[in-house]
Design a protein around this ligand. Structure first.
Ligand SMILES: C[S@@+](CC[C@H](N)C(=O)[O-])C[C@H]1O[C@@H](n2cnc3c(N)ncnc32)[C@H](O)[C@@H]1O
Ligand code: SF4
Ligand code: SF4
Length: 395
């Protein structure tokens, strides 16, 4: 069996936060959970020995520090320094509330300019405050500061029924500023449980509002589903690189099989939004690489040939894989079909009307991915994982 290879560790190193977003998935708004978690956060030494050191052996090149608000950890800067010492690129996910220019400069200094700042922006308008507990102006000011300071930027847009109408405008703004982004599907994790039924998007929202904007530009190709990329084209440009049956070089479609995610107490999962729901085990008991190698969850989810329903008979089974989180939260089966997908393949010969556009924009994405160091044309892809920079868009 081929060894596992992953690109990114996303680590919610604390559940503490200084904001109260309406549907925060980390449970930052839940006092009891928070109290228990604070007593149980991984220490710097545990993070170093059980995550950072073993992650090198899994090919990981980027550590995404998240929370809660990661910067509330007293050792946040020590952890950033350590990340760079281990040779990783790092991303810092922040709600921007305390991200002053001086703090950004400090982050730049301790990471030798290697950090990328990742911010949540659900709408470029005032409606952002409704879901993010923060004015969009604050987030935009941080993005501007990052540009001036030469720090990388990335935007996460969490999608649900509340931003169907504004989504295209938000994406247009992000693309105009040449920033990479990804969509995060609203899930019933943490406080999200209370509004998922009402605010979770459905296949019509995806078809009519989100997908048309997502497929138009390469800046969001870091991942979304459904992703109608020709499997032949990916085979041609990738040199066959894959993690079991999950495409790499570049990674596309569902993140399960590309990312390793860890919650504040050390539980490991396959995607940020599936933390607390699906666990492969705890890094307190096993170092990350051993845990992944012995995990039934990872063995199953990295085998896209086992997908069911429409995803199991789809031409894009490999290049898309369907959102495993949507499958899990709607049906309880993480290998089931993605119920939010609006494509109804009869069998593998059914081609999406969006394939030609997806292929064309994907070729542009390859240029961006190559510049960011997450895509190497097969001829130059001598395997040197240690020199690959971060996954997210441009620097
Ligand atoms: C949990 S936050 C942590 C980092 C930082 N505090 C922030 O807000 O960006 C990371 C990302 O998850 C998104 N998110 C929060 N709750 C979510 C939910 N219920 N479903 C999907 N994404 C969610 C946020 O919008 C944010 O972009
Ligand atoms: S989404 Fe982020 S900023 Fe909002 S409450 Fe949760 S951790 Fe804090
Ligand atoms: S059916 Fe599944 S694999 Fe096919 S495009 Fe839709 S989500 Fe992707």
């Amino acid at each position: 069996m081929a060894a596992y290879q992953f690109q990114v560790v996303y680590f919610e190193a604390t559940r503490r936060c200084n904001l109260r977003c309406r549907f925060c998935m980390t449970g930052s708004n839940e006092p009891k959970r928070l109290r228990e978690s604070v007593l149980n956060e991984l220490t710097l030494e545990q993070i170093r020995d059980q995550i950072l050191r073993p992650a090198r052996r899994l090919g990981v090149h980027t550590i995404g520090w998240s929370g809660g608000e990661f910067l509330l950890r007293k050792d946040a800067f020590d952890l950033l320094r350590l990340t760079v010492e281990f040779g990783y690129r790092c991303s810092v996910l922040s709600n921007c509330a305390k991200l002053t220019r001086a703090r950004l400069e400090q982050i730049r200094e301790v990471t030798a300019g290697q950090a990328r700042i990742v911010v949540g922006l659900n709408s470029v308008d005032e409606e952002n405050q409704w879901s993010r507990d923060s004015e969009s102006g604050r987030t935009l000011a941080v993005l501007r500061d990052c540009m001036e300071l030469g720090l990388g930027q990335h935007v996460v847009v969490t999608i649900g029924k509340y931003n169907t109408e504004s989504f295209a405008k938000t994406i247009e703004f992000i693309v105009k500023h040449n920033i990479a982004y990804n969509r995060s599907p609203l899930v019933p994790r943490g406080s999200g449980a209370q509004c998922f039924e009402q605010l979770g998007f459905d296949r019509q929202d995806l078809r009519e509002h989100f997908h048309p904007a997502l497929r138009r530009s390469p800046h969001g190709y870091v991942s979304y589903t459904p992703f109608f990329l020709s499997p032949e084209l990916h085979a041609e440009v990738s040199g066959g690189a894959r993690n079991h049956t999950v495409p790499q070089n570049p990674a596309i479609g569902c993140w399960a099989g590309t990312w390793l995610t860890i919650n504040a107490e050390g539980e490991v999962s396959v995607c940020p939004v599936l933390l607390d729901a699906l666990s492969a085990g705890n890094v307190r008991r096993q170092p990350l690489d051993e845990l992944v190698a012995s995990s039934a969850l990872f063995a199953t989810i990295t085998d896209r040939s086992r997908l069911k329903g429409r995803c199991g008979r789809c031409r894009y089974q490999y290049t898309c894989g369907g959102c495993r989180a949507m499958a899990y939260f709607h049906s309880g089966d993480y290998m089931g079909e993605d119920p939010t997908c609006f494509f109804d393949p009869i069998d593998r010969s059914t081609v999406s009307e969006h394939e030609a556009q997806t292929n064309e924009v994907f070729r542009k994405y390859l240029l961006m991915a190559r510049a960011a160091g997450v895509y190497r044309p097969p001829a130059s892809a001598a395997d040197d994982a240690s020199s690959r920079p971060g996954l997210y868009g441009r620097r």
